[in-house]
Every structure is written in C-alpha cells, then in structure tokens.
Design a binder for this molecule. Structure first.
Ligand code: DGT
Ligand code: MG
Length: 586
C-alpha cells in the first residue's frame, strides 16, 4: 500500500502565540497579567489568559459559566478585531524578518510557519565537528558576526519523546543522524526567536519544530504555554527498536479530528466507519469520550489504506486523491509548502451574516457599515505602515496596492417550506456583481465613514438594485463587499529580499508608480463585522489563509451549514457558533 513519501529534508518551525487576544490586552494594560482575564465576544469567552485557565476557565466557555467558576474574572470585550489584527501583522513581520527564504506563512491571527531549511543547511556547513558544544549560529550570510552561540550536541528545550540524554549518537541510520543534527539546530533557532519575540515584543509563543507544517504544528502542543517541542528521530520505522517511528508514535495518539487537513466531515465519516455506527458529535460540549477515534485505530484497522479511505471519504465533490492524502496524513505525511510571504493580500472582503434582512433601508445601513470596515481595512492592509502617519494626498506613493474591482455579493435565506421549516439544502443562492473601484476610495482626505457613504450612494446601491431588481428581494442572510484584482504598486518592503518587485523597480531607477499585475489566488481575507446578528466567533474572523487547515475536500467549502440559522460557518468556529445559539439573550 503506497502511502505518500514524507519529505524530511526541511526544517519547519511553527509558532502559536499564547492566549493571543488576552496577550494583546495584557500588553496594552500590564496590570492584567496577574489577574484572571477573559476576552468576550457575544456571550462567549473566546480566549482567556493562563491565570484564568489555572482557575478553571477555558476557551469557548459561556460567559455566565466563567463567572460562576471564577467570580473575580476580569472580562474585556474583544469584538473589535482591529488591534488583534494589527499586532498579528506586526509579530508576523517580526518573525518573517528572521527568515532568508521569506517562506513565512500566517494561519489565522496567531499562528506562523517558518521554513528555515536554508538557514539550517548553511549553519550545518559551518559546524566545527571538533567543538560542537561551542557553535555559532549565523543569522546573516552577509555578516558572520550576527547570530548567537549554542551547543550543537543537544536539543534546546523539550523533545517528543522526552529524553534526558539525547545526543547525535542516539540515532541509528545516517538519514536519522543527519535529521537529528538539523533538528538540533532548528531547536536552538526556535529558542532564540522565542526569546527575541518575548524580550522585544512582549509576546510568548508555543513552538513546534519538525519537518512539515503538520508535524511542527501538532508537536508544539506537547508543551504549552511559552515553550517548545522538537519531534526527534527516528522518523523512519526501521531505525527504532520496536519498529515504530517517533512520527507514528506521536501521530497515533491523536484523535483524528485533531489532525489538520482532516476536516470535520471527513473525521465524522472515519469515526462512523471505525465505530460501526453513526458517531455523535455534540457541538456544545467536548466530544464524548466514547466517540473518540484515534489515528492508531484507523491506521491499524483491517484492510485500511488509501483505497478504503477513498471508499469512506470519496463521493461527489471530494478530491480524487482524498484516500491517498488522508492515508498520508495519518502517517504524518504533509509535503505542503510553507507559502512565501506576500506583502499584500490578493483581495479584501468584508461580510456579515443576518437572520434575514428584508427592507432596503436595513440593507443600506449594513452596506454603510460594511463599506466603512472595508475602507478601514484597505487603509490598514494596503498602506505602508510607516507611511500612514505622514500620509498626505500629494506625498507620493502610500498605497502599496490598488484593487481594481469592487464586488458586492449577497445570499438569500433559504425559502420556507409549507410547514415553516427551511430547506437548508438550498445553498446555491449567492450572487455577485462587480464594477470598477472608484478613485475616491483611495482618498485619505476624508474619514472612512465619509468615503463609505459616497461609495454606498454612488456604487453599492445601484449594484444592489441590479442584483435584486425586485423591490421584494426576499430575506438576505449575507452581504459581502470586497475589493479584488489587486495591482501592486512599487514600494520598499523592508522585509523583502531582492525578489521584491517594488524594490527591483526602485533599484533600477524606475518610476515608483510602476505597477505590476499580481496573480489572483482565491485566498480572500474574510472578516465578520461585530455588528451583525451572529457573533464574531461565528462569522469567521479567522478565515485568513486557513485553506490548509480547514479544507479536506478540495471542492467542498470549508464551512458547515448551521441547522439553526442557515449560515455557513467556518469549521473551526462551528462549536463557538453552536454555543452562540445556545447562549441566553442579554
Ligand atoms: P492558546 O493558543 O491555547 O494559548 O490560546 P489562544 O487564545 O491563542 O487560542 P488559539 O490559538 O486557539 O486562537 C487564537 C485567537 O483566536 C484567540 O486568542 C481567540 C481567537 N479564537 C480562537 N478560537 C476562536 C473561535 O472559535 N472563535 C473566535 N471568534 N475566535 C477564536
Ligand atoms: Mg494561540
């Protein structure tokens, strides 16, 4: 049975900031650090600091419950995501700044993958094998004095499996020996970055070091918070005494739903197959113990392999290689690349969900709110941070990209059946209309609200009328306003290397206004505004760049239809969304 072969030639470091939203609030107000702190969105604790966790609070708990468990908890509203987004962007820039390859990929607001293979290879070649204990890790190829001292004979920080005495001699095959050396260097680099992140930016992170995004993300969780874990060799079964590799040993203990790349629906199908009955999934609570299916149970189940997984998971809409791919994931195989940093998003889209908007005046109000958020987001994401404060109209280039297309999309609520219920299989009701982005959207002379008002009156209302010529347009469950078709403007991105197109133009003495068309990828940055009928937790504030984590079937959207309100909810937020419905009204 041919599984995909794992490529263990890379070294990938995964960062997950500790209690991220809470840490951002603590950085603003350090007195909060010693207090139990919970961040509230609607009636849910979206996260809490570790002091609160020590006192029994947890993420995605109802506020009411949290107050009962810990009456002294300090609760701060976290519905405005601006500051979290800004910190996320800035920390990402900080971490990306260490890399040589620019392979730095953000997942949601608080996770970053770095592919540091080139740094590790370079530093391996510098090692003095006669004095490994006094090695120097060089962080800059141009300047050999920039870097840090480290002991290349041992791992820095905890490992999986735990070991007190691990040395290079501990492994058997040459491959594993080389891998150990690389991971030792990776562990020291990770520790160095964590220290700098904490000392210079005040944020701690939980970090994993391995050879893929999948393994580095998962192994980081072994020691939380403010720590790191390296998944150590042997990675190949033959090298270990009991012929099971550390990768299998590690992955085997995970519940299948915890494996990134195996989505909610796939996990359910696999559970049902293994349990020989419909697996129950109770979104309001932790999954029932009896319905847990571990990777080991699947991997060792009789006649299990890619064809069987294709049988279980295949079907309309499923990717043809889903069996092979899932079998690979169950063996820790994930050869997906850490994507190179992009200085600009391919598009910016703001949306909100509703229980049913029926009146034009309400629609107009929502268009105004969405357009205001969109313009604010454009100003945050498309203006060079350093330029923003001194920006004036005639100051030269401040926008690092100009979107060319404005798009309005709406989705109607599914129609009511005769018995009053709704037909939620009626999902293909999203319609869009596009037009050119008017020039004044880039004007900084007026407030975002004023520009938005003009945009609503000039463009969005007429686009809406064209989408819904009938006055009775039914009940809308979603409105999305987006700018797409991004054209990058030349600019000096300090983080970028010589590949940066803007920099290239500058270096060649070309006009700074030279623009280069970018390829459009379907990686919209969605943001739910806090104004709608659903909580942020449900609207998908984190959908930025999460394709890798969320989708297990290529053609199937990474959302789940909510039976209660008919909204499409990102899978990661589904539990929070269900909780929202369960929460009492305030
Ligand atoms: P950690 O990593 O366990 O120390 O704690 P966090 O808070 O960093 O949790 P994480 O990494 O799962 O999520 C990062 C941030 O994203 C978190 O601070 C709040 C937000 N977040 C996480 N899960 C949800 C969710 O289901 N809904 C919403 N609205 N936000 C979420
Ligand atoms: Mg986190």
């Amino acid at each position: 049975m041919a599984a995909l072969r794992r490529n263990d030639s890379r070294v990938i470091i995964h960062f997950d900031y500790d209690c991220f939203y809470a840490s951002v609030l603590e950085a603003e107000n350090p007195t909060l650090k010693s207090l139990p702190l919970a961040v509230q969105q609607k009636q849910i604790v979206v996260t809490c600091n570790y002091e609160a966790r020590r006192r029994g609070l947890r993420k995605l708990q109802l506020i009411k419950e949290a107050k009962q468990i810990c009456p002294e908890v300090v609760i701060i509203l976290g519905e405005d995501l601006t500051k979290f987004r800004d910190v996320s962007k800035s920390l990402y820039g900080f971490l990306k700044g260490f890399t040589w390859s620019q392979k730095a990929e953000r997942l949601g607001f608080d996770e970053v993958f770095l592919d540091v293979t080139d740094m590790i290879d370079y530093n391996l070649s510098l090692l003095n094998h006669h004095d490994l204990a006094n090695s120097f890790f060089c962080l800059d190829r141009q300047d050999p004095t920039v870097g840090f001292q480290f002991d290349a004979t041992s791992y820095c920080g905890p490992t999986y499996p735990q070991s007190t005495e691990i040395s290079l001699l501990g492994t058997v095959t040459t491959d594993d020996h080389n891998l150990a050396q690389r991971l030792i260097l990776g562990s020291h680099l990770a520790y160095y970055m964590r220290s700098r992140l904490e000392n210079e930016r005040g944020y701690t992170a939980t970090v994993g070091i391995s050879t893929s995004k999948l393994l580095s993300k998962l192994v980081g969780n072994v020691h939380k918070p403010n720590n790191q874990t390296t998944l150590i060799p042997p990675y190949s079964p033959k090298a270990s005494v009991d012929e099971i590799s550390n990768v299998d040993r590690f992955i085997d203990d995970h519940e299948i739903g915890k494996i990134p790349g195996i989505g909610f629906k796939s996990a359910q199908k696999i559970r049902s197959y293994i349990l020989h009955r419909e697996a129950t999934f109770e979104p309001y609570t932790e999954r029932d113990e009896k319905d847990q299916v571990k990777v080991r149970d699947v991997r060792l189940s009789q006649s299990m392999g890619p064809p069987k997984l294709l049988d279980i998971l295949g079907g309309p809409g499923a990717a043809r290689d889903i069996g092979v791919r899932t079998w690979g994931l169950l063996h820790g195989v994930d050869n997906s690349e850490v994507l190179e940093a992009r200085s600009v998003p391919t598009q910016i889209s703001i949306e909100d969900s509703y229980q049913g908007l029926q009146h034009f005046e309400d629609v107009k109000k929502q268009l105004q709110l969405l357009a205001t958020s969109l313009i604010k987001r454009m100003r945050t994401d498309l203006i060079d941070e350093e330029d923003r404060d001194n920006a004036r109209e005639d100051d030269g280039p401040r926008w690092i990209a100009h979107p060319r297309t404005l798009r309005l999309s709406t989705r109607r609520r599914s129609p009511k059946n005769a018995d009053g219920s709704r037909d939620y299989s009626f999902t293909n009701n999203r319609i869009s209309r596009s037009g050119p982005v008017p020039k004044y959207m880039f004007s900084l002379a007026e407030s975002a609200e004023a520009v938005a008002e003009k945009l609503v009156d000039d463009c969005l209302v007429s686009m809406f009328r064209k989408l819904h010529p009938d006055k009775a347009f039914g009940e809308l469950s979603l409105i999305n306003v987006a700018v797409t078709n991004m054209v990058e403007t030349a600019g000096d991105d300090k983080q970028s290397s010589g590949r940066d197109i803007g920099k290239m133009f500058k270096q060649q003495g070309s006009l700074a206004s030279a623009a280069v068309e970018t390829n459009q990828r379907d990686d919209e940055m969605h943001q739910g505004t806090a104004s709608g009928n659903l909580p942020d937790a449900a609207v998908g504030t984190q959908v930025e760049d999460t394709a890798w984590e969320e989708s297990d079937e290529e053609d199937v959207p990474s959302t789940q239809l909510c039976d209660v309100c008919g909204s499409h909810i990102p899978l990661f937020a589904f539990r929070a969304h269900a909780l929202y419905h369960a929460a009492p009204d305030v």
